[in-house]
Design a protein around this ligand. Structure first.
Ligand code: AMP
Ligand code: ZN
Length: 471
């Protein structure tokens, strides 16, 4: 194991602390995955990339990571001031398109998996689907009723928030704040049969218009969105695990409610570090479907931008800072990536060095320190760019160093072929000399004849201001 400390900022403590896993070298991470009712947009991909970088950084530090990223295929309702308020996102799409909810989930799951692969986001070790874990959700809901933290009302089950004392620790939206109009109020579910506004649904009764209904002790219905993640995280990572990730918009209510559910049923604090990424903005507001300013990865490709160039762009901003997507910023990222590749193409492939040189060690330490410092990728990427060009490290070793960094960056730098060196024979050199002389004398016929002769020797001829060049 490495002895370098890793520092992570946690939304729960609001401080950056040394990361200490519960059972080193194992690290369990749960990342809220996509709701598969529409194409994911590049804002969603910022969230998945952040978790990917976190996982890669921990693996670089020799931790043995188990990453769970779920697929939400039921229970996520339209929220807030959405005019369709309260309808299941998948059911809504099914009704609109005439396809089954199952078909929709399958279709968008496939597109999502294609997008994450194109961005070199490593596949999660476990990708549980919510609809495959209804039993676990019903069980946890039952436990919460037994523990006096939930109540049944007309086939619905609600969490009794006022009975969970630590409520609000993550988001600051305590019951008192919510009742006096705290900023999370707008995100509270609207329902007439709740005891209090801040209570949220664990189980909802179904009806004949729905395609997805399950049996439960409270009648036929379907789970709430929040209980899904509590149930799946507990199932695969246990009652207590190391890191939970997601976009900043999930802090409230989704993650606050997850704590209430998981801790309410097990009695233990479920998550040691909460890591949230800031938004990708577009046109200076959060990229989101409700604003209508979404861009898909396929839209970038249509504009000649590679998915990996978008990954590069994400590396240039710290994950806890907003990033505004503009034509200029994405073009600059594509150019910077091209330049980095061109630098690497100059470096020969050599045998893996037995040990790093002193200069390589120094650069590696700086890179390592940056990534361990709460994923300071902007610093890490600038170290990488400098390392690609420095003459203080021998060219062959430089290539190995860059590929070592790419275990974390994930820019697929290993696919960059070295530029083949053109080996020119004395005979060809003599023809080049003669051809340059012919061109100086404006003897084009002779110049063309010599071009053909060079071609017969296997060289393409390029005319440059410096004279004949062979490729
Ligand atoms: P959803 O499918 O809506 O649950 O979103 C999947 C993930 O994307 C969640 O972690 C969200 O917080 C995150 N997310 C959504 N919009 C953005 C955005 N504009 N920038 C960064 N992350 C986002
Ligand atoms: Zn979740």
């Amino acid at each position: 194991m490495t002895s370098k400390p890793v520092y992570l900022y946690s939304t729960l403590t609001r401080t950056k602390d040394e990361f200490k896993p519960l059972q080193p070298p194992h690290v369990g991470i749960y990342n809220c995955g996509p709701t598969v009712y529409k194409d994911i947009h590049i804002g969603n991909l910022r969230a998945f990339t952040t978790t990917d970088l976190l996982r890669r950084m921990l693996e670089y530090n020799d931790y043995d990571v188990l990453l769970v990223r779920n697929i939400t295929d039921v229970g996520h309702l339209h929220e807030g001031d959405d005019p369709r308020g309260g309808e299941d996102k998948l059911e809504h799409e099914a009704r609109k398109s005439g396809r089954s909810a199952h078909e929709i989930a399958e279709y968008y799951t496939r597109l999502y998996l294609r997008d994450v692969e194109e961005m070199n986001i490593l596949p999660a070790h476990i990708m549980p689907k919510a609809s495959d874990h209804i039993t676990e959700m019903v069980e946890m809901t039952g436990k919460l009723i037994d523990n006096g933290l939930a109540y049944v009302s007309d086939g619905n089950v609600y969490y009794d928030v006022s009975n969970f004392k630590p409520y609000g620790a993550l988001s600051g939206n305590t019951v008192e704040n919510l009742r006096t109009g705290g900023h999370g109020r707008a995100q509270m579910e609207i329902a007439e049969d709740k005891d209090a506004n801040e209570d949220f649904a664990l189980w909802k009764h179904g009806d004949a218009t729905r395609q997805m209904n399950w049996e439960s002790p409270w009648g036929v219905g379907f789970p709430g969105w929040h209980i899904e993640c509590s149930a799946m995280a507990t199932r695969y990572l246990g009652e207590q695990f190391d890191i939970h990730t997601g976009g900043i918009d999930l802090v409230f209510p989704h993650h606050e409610d997850e704590i209430a559910q998981s801790q309410g049923s097990s009695g233990k604090q479920p998550v040691q570090y909460w890591v949230h990424n800031e938004f990708l903005d577009f046109g200076n507001s959060k990229m989101s479907r409700s604003v209508g300013n979404v861009l898909l990865l396929s839209n970038l490709k249509e504009r000649g931008i590679e998915p990996i160039a978008y990954r590069y762009l994400l590396l240039t901003a710290h994950y806890r800072s907003k990033l505004n997507f503009t034509d200029d910023s994405i073009n600059a990222a594509q150019n910077a990536l091209n330049n980095l590749r061109a630098d690497i193409a100059e470096l020969p492939i050599t045998a893996t060095p037995q040990q790093w040189s002193a200069e390589a060690i120094k650069t590696r330490e700086a890179f390592h320190q940056a990534i361990n410092n709460d994923l300071d990728m902007p610093t890490a990427i600038s170290i990488t760019r400098e390392a690609a060009r420095t003459h203080r490290i021998e060219a062959g070793e430089r290539r190995h160093l860059l590929l070592d960094f790419d275990r974390v960056l994930g820019l697929r730098l290993d696919t960059v072929e070295p530029k083949a060196e053109v080996v020119v024979s004395d005979e060809a050199l003599e023809l080049v000399r003669q051809r340059d002389a012919a061109r100086t004398a404006r003897n084009w016929a002779e110049s063309d004849r010599l071009r053909d002769q060079l071609k017969a020797l296997g060289f393409e001829v390029r005319d440059t201001p410096k004279g004949t060049q062979l490729v």
